[in-house]
Design a binder for this molecule. Structure first.
Ligand SMILES: NC(=O)c1ccc[n+]([C@@H]2O[C@H](COP(=O)([O-])OP(=O)(O)OC[C@H]3O[C@@H](n4cnc5c(N)ncnc54)[C@H](OP(=O)(O)O)[C@@H]3O)[C@@H](O)[C@H]2O)c1
Length: 254
């Protein structure tokens, strides 16, 4: 099957391409540096020729409120238009567990807009909601700074390894469209502030992490269970301790 992966050069995209190729699919990475730009439409008609499935694991280069909204709205609209013309039979997009509960955040308003365009389009679809990636824990610290300290709420979340995210997305991409949401998550829940503290320690990053009841998650007010997946979530195998043992000292972009 020809499967085009938009954002196929990124953290999840590159792992996903590898897994699909191992399963003997024709998996094509599409991103600006392979000549495909979903914001301008450049290269889309050519790369989608003969594609059965499109998986969108792209991300906005800027998370500034207006820029991220423009990215997800414009690129999703362009993608769906070109997919309809090319006869694509399944649109798969990666989003985040709890997106609909996080609308105080500009980033999540953009993800909500992306999902709305997909659900309203005529193309059969599956939206994969993943929890936070282990690889994103340092990034989470970076976006949660107040002065020189990291402020995070003491809430539950159930993060997962990027490799398990890619496996979950691959599973959905080769299956039938669900015309709904599939949740994937890590094997264990943790407290947000505690895990970020452990990750920074493993990187010898000296920033102090404060458990702050007034802190937000990327601008969104969260309660203790807002970030947790539902009971039907498919769980990845990789435990945090195993991942940390393999990645201590190595910052991974996410
Ligand atoms: N971080 C988390 O914990 C988390 C949790 C759940 C879901 N997600 C979702 O996971 C998705 C992927 O995240 P990631 O960390 O794998 O992203 P990433 O590593 O930042 O990769 C982003 C990809 O998007 C591509 N891209 C950027 N602008 C583009 C454009 N105009 N046209 C086509 N492609 C473009 C990039 O290509 P270049 O490299 O050429 O710029 C790159 O391949 C996001 O949608 C995010 O919302 C994230």
């Amino acid at each position: 099957m020809k499967i085009v992966v938009i954002g196929g050069t990124g953290l999840i995209g590159s792992k996903l391409i590898k897994k699909l190729v191992e399963q003997r699919h024709e998996a094509i990475a599409a991103a600006p540096n392979t000549g495909v730009n979903t914001l301008t439409g450049e290269g889309l008609a050519e790369v989608l020729k003969g594609a059965a499935v499109v998986v969108d694991v792209s991300n906005s280069p800027s998370w500034e409120e207006a820029a991220v909204l423009k990215f997800f709205e414009t690129s999703t609209r362009n993608l769906l238009t070109y997919e309809a013309a090319a006869g694509v039979r399944h649109h798969v997009a990666l989003s985040v567990v709890g997106t609909d509960r996080l609308s105080d955040s500009g980033y999540f308003r953009a993800k909500i807009a992306q999902e709305k365009l997909i659900t309203e389009s005529s193309i059969p679809y599956s939206i994969v909601h993943a929890t936070q990636f282990f690889e994103f824990l340092k990034g989470l610290a970076d976006i949660s700074m107040v002065g020189d300290k990291v402020h995070l709420p003491h809430v539950l979340f159930q993060p997962m390894a990027a490799d398990d995210v890619a496996s979950g997305v691959a599973r959905v991409a080769v299956g039938q469209p669900v015309n709904g949401v599939v949740e994937i998550a890590g094997p264990q829940p943790f407290r947000l502030d505690e895990l970020v503290r452990r990750r920074l320690a493993s990187l010898k990053d000296p920033r102090e992490v404060i458990a702050d009841p007034n802190a937000s998650y990327d601008g969104a007010k969260v309660s203790v269970k807002t970030l947790l997946p539902g009971n039907d979530a498919q769980l990845g195998e990789t435990r945090f301790d195993t991942w940390l043992a393999q990645n201590a000292g190595t910052a991974v972009a996410a």
